[in-house]
Write a protein that binds this ligand. Structure first.
Ligand SMILES: C[S@@+](CC[C@H](N)C(=O)[O-])C[C@H]1O[C@@H](n2cnc3c(N)ncnc32)[C@H](O)[C@@H]1O
Length: 276
């Protein structure tokens, strides 16, 4: 595991930022902004293929900035922001369907949610739509590339559905390790603290997920972090994992919520059940 994490950390460092072919002035400006933010070198595209540019710069990946999309390319695979299943889930909720994550969080308008594993932000978007304008969703992401792409996507992704767009725009993104962030928070400063760590066993293999996996922090959550999360959460701590995962017991989740046949379920620790 340490080896894999080191590899992920190296991938996060070994990259440069470039633009699409024949970029506009705005595209070049945005590319330079990304390079600054990521403290990575900016390389002119000069009409080179990504393969040639990667070899020439001797990096493992490239952040490619264009005015309509920002992607990370590695080994021919592309990772970019999109709201994924969030749209379907938000529409489902509107039509009275149950969303297992929202149920497990027992989420209501006005709640404050700390998403400790932002990733692509789909879960945060759904939470943001439920908590609404009077609530707050903050997403923490350890990978600088993932957080930069997702922060940009959440603030610019154009969608005709206003509800989805507003939910995306309201999410705050912080590039930090969740353990470090939790350690500095005041007790009960959020209602729900949420974890969706990388599954111990990858559930599906797709080129897209593989490109994300090289960037993502693969470490399991530890008990100390759950302790910090319990101090931070006024209502509950929720963790998504595979059904039957030993992680629930290892981390002290006493209850598991979710559909009867769902492959993925939600562990819950309620503050009111804690002996303090
Ligand atoms: C499975 S993904 C989360 C997917 C997300 N729930 C969604 O809906 O798109 C896990 C993410 O958490 C991040 N992560 C893992 N450990 C972390 C940590 N200690 N601090 C911050 N982010 C972490 C990974 O880099 C990865 O992007």
């Amino acid at each position: 595991m340490a080896g894999h994490h080191q590899e992920a950390a190296e991938f996060n460092r070994s990259f440069a930022v470039t633009t699409s072919h024949r970029p506009s002035q705005a595209g070049i400006h945005l590319g330079k902004q990304f390079a600054d933010e990521l403290q990575a070198p900016f390389a002119e595209r000069n009409d080179l293929s990504l393969k040639t540019l990667t070899a020439r710069l001797q990096v493992r990946g490239l952040v490619v900035v264009s005015t309509h999309r920002v992607s990370y390319f590695t080994g021919g695979q592309e990772f970019f922001f999109h709201p994924g299943l969030a749209k379907l889930r938000i529409n489902g909720l509107k039509n009275g369907k149950t969303d297992q994550m929202i149920n497990a969080m027992s989420l209501r308008p006005g709640d404050r949610v700390l998403d400790c594993t932002l990733g692509l932000g789909a879960d945060s978007i759904v939470a943001s739509s439920v908590v609404g304008v009077n609530g707050r969703v903050t997403g923490l992401e350890d990978s600088c590339v993932i957080s930069a792409l997702v922060r940009h996507g959440l603030s610019t992704y154009p969608d005709p559905e206003e509800e989805l767009t507003r939910a995306m725009r309201r999410i705050g993104v912080i590039n930090i390790n969740h353990r470090e962030y939790l350690a500095g928070l005041a007790p009960q400063s959020y209602d729900v603290v949420y974890f969706d760590p990388m599954f111990r066993l990858p559930r599906l293999h797709s080129p897209y997920m593989d490109a994300m996996r090289v960037l993502a922090n693969p470490h399991p959550v530890d008990r100390e972090t759950i302790g910090l999360a319990l101090r931070t959460a006024a209502r509950r701590v929720v963790m998504k994992e595979r059904r039957g995962s030993n992680e629930f017991e290892r981390l002290g989740f006493d209850r598991v919520d979710g559909g009867r046949y769902a492959p993925v379920v939600y562990g819950v620790i309620e503050r009111k059940n804690l002996v303090t």
